[in-house]
Ligand binder design. Structure first.
Ligand code: GLC
Length: 459
């Protein structure tokens, strides 16, 4: 009998659970099972609905690396030894940090949430952690818990706060086996993986206990422990214990959303799917999530930088124009996705003025056209460089992104239209619907250098 039970546990039970996972639409190529049979709570579903409507958030990459002005990967890229990198906290004293000013900037830009790095790959915690001294309160002359100050400012301004949390760590010895990155950093010693999982659980408990209601946790670094042949990820070397990490988050704050920047299909226990520097289905980076791995029923979020860097980079002047940034937001919405737009504050605590200006310009546009973005769903056709379509019930917002067009032809448009008008002037527009699709005359639409919005009401 004992043998039979043993056989069931080893052979049959996993295959039943696996089949259930697939039936729940959870098939994923991550090599991690996550929480098998995960059913989100009612609070969690509410959190997802809020997130889907939000459409625009501010990403903040901030850490002691900002002192070097060379991005958040500088420890790995310059192979800075642990001993030398550990001198940085002493140089980090951001006296101009003002949580309220950051939050106000986000609010004025029409952003609904902020996601900030609580700990990045360098392993330095930007809050008062009791399970390490390698944190902003214990190791810097600044001694202030910036996450606590930000949480308070967000609460007052009705902005949701999410925490980015790195799975990968270049500083801790218990992050062992080493991953693909940081292998040439001097001073790393072998340690015990289970201790690392225990450490992460203790930190997540702090983040979900000490800072009030949190919008969610944004994991990153999964890919460090996978093989990569330049085209595809292969098997994981470690067990991230997502069942435990995700389970802990859902237990401590059921409304908090879990997302993971693994570039793979969703792992059970996750509540939204994220895309890095690529709109869903695109692959300009070479490591984007495959199109057939895009979740059908989960909120989506694309993150992007204003220049080319996440963490403050003194030399990176490759700033995107306001039009490029707004087009990215509009296209993301056309894909049914949020945009999480990044800033990398400087070591003095301020956000560089170029980035403040871009964000302010986006806010100005959203004040006029926000109803065509917030609370919308993806349109019936995928965005192109010429246009993107968002939808609210029977109303489609056609964003014409190419200013050179004086008419637009939506070839595969299938719906029946009851009216077609300019969003700005309300003027009805000449249009023709035939078997080749829908053609709209744009000559009566007021010229706008960023976007011309046409309202299509469906029958
Ligand atoms: C990448 C990078 C990381 C950055 C993140 C943001 O995964 O490793 O530095 O935080 O993208 O999307």
């Amino acid at each position: 009998m004992k043998n039979l039970i043993f056989l069931f546990i080893c052979l049959i039970a996993p295959s039943i659970l696996f089949t259930q996972a697939i039936q729940h639409g959870h098939e994923n190529r991550s090599g991690s099972s996550g929480i098998l049979g995960y059913e989100p709570s009612a609070e969690n579903l509410k959190g997802r609905a809020w997130f889907e409507e939000a459409r625009f958030g501010l990403f903040i990459h901030w850490g002691v690396y900002s002192v070097l002005g060379d991005g958040e990967w500088v420890m790995n890229n310059k192979n800075i030894s642990k001993k030398n990198y550990e001198k940085l906290p002493k140089l980090f004293n951001p006296i101009a940090f003002d949580a309220q000013a950051w939050v106000q900037m986000a609010k004025d830009a029409g952003m609904k949430y902020i996601t900030i790095t609580s700990r990045h790959h360098d392993g330095f915690s930007m809050y008062d952690s009791k399970v390490t001294d390698y944190d902003i309160v214990d190791a810097t002359p600044f001694k202030r818990d910036v996450l606590a100050e930000l949480a308070e400012a967000c609460r007052k301004a009705d902005i949701k706060l999410f925490f980015y949390y790195s799975l990968l760590d270049w500083n801790r010895d218990d992050y062992y086996p080493l991953g693909r990155t940081g292998t040439d950093i001097a001073g790393r010693e072998p340690g015990n993986w289970d201790d690392y999982i225990t450490f992460m659980k203790a930190q997540l408990t702090e983040l979900l206990t000490n800072y009030g209601p949190i919008g969610g946790i944004w994991f990153d670094g999964h890919w460090d422990q996978m093989g990569w042949d330049g085209k595809e990820f292969s098997q994981l070397k470690v067990d991230w214990k997502y069942d435990e990490l995700y389970g802990l988050i859902h237990k401590l704050q059921p409304a908090a959303l879990v997302g993971n920047n693994h570039h793979l299909g969703v792992i059970p226990g996750e509540d939204f799917q994220m895309f890095e520097k690529d709109l869903p289905g695109q692959n300009t980076t070479g490591w984007a999530t495959a199109e057939d791995q895009i979740a059908e029923n989960l909120p989506l979020e694309v993150c992007e930088t204003i220049n080319g860097s996440w963490g403050f980079n003194l030399q990176d002047e490759n700033h995107k124009s306001n039009t490029e940034l707004l087009h990215y937001l509009i296209k993301a919405a056309g894909h049914g996705s949020n945009l999480l737009l990044n800033v990398g504050p400087m070591p003095n605590g301020q956000i560089q003025t170029e980035h403040q200006a871009s964000i302010a310009a986006m806010g100005e546009w959203l004040r006029q056209f926000g109803t065509t973005i917030y609370g919308t769903q993806k349109g019936p056709l995928k965005p192109t460089d010429d246009y993107a379509i968002t939808r609210k019930g029977d109303v489609l917002y056609l964003h014409v992104l190419n200013p050179a067009l004086d008419r637009i032809h939506l070839e595969t448009f299938e719906g029946k239209t009851s009216s077609v008008s300019s969003f700005e002037s309300g003027k009805l527009l000449a249009h023709e619907k035939n078997r080749y699709g829908l053609v709209i005359d744009l000559k009566e639409v007021p010229v706008h250098k960023i976007d011309r919005v046409v309202v299509i009401v469906l029958k």
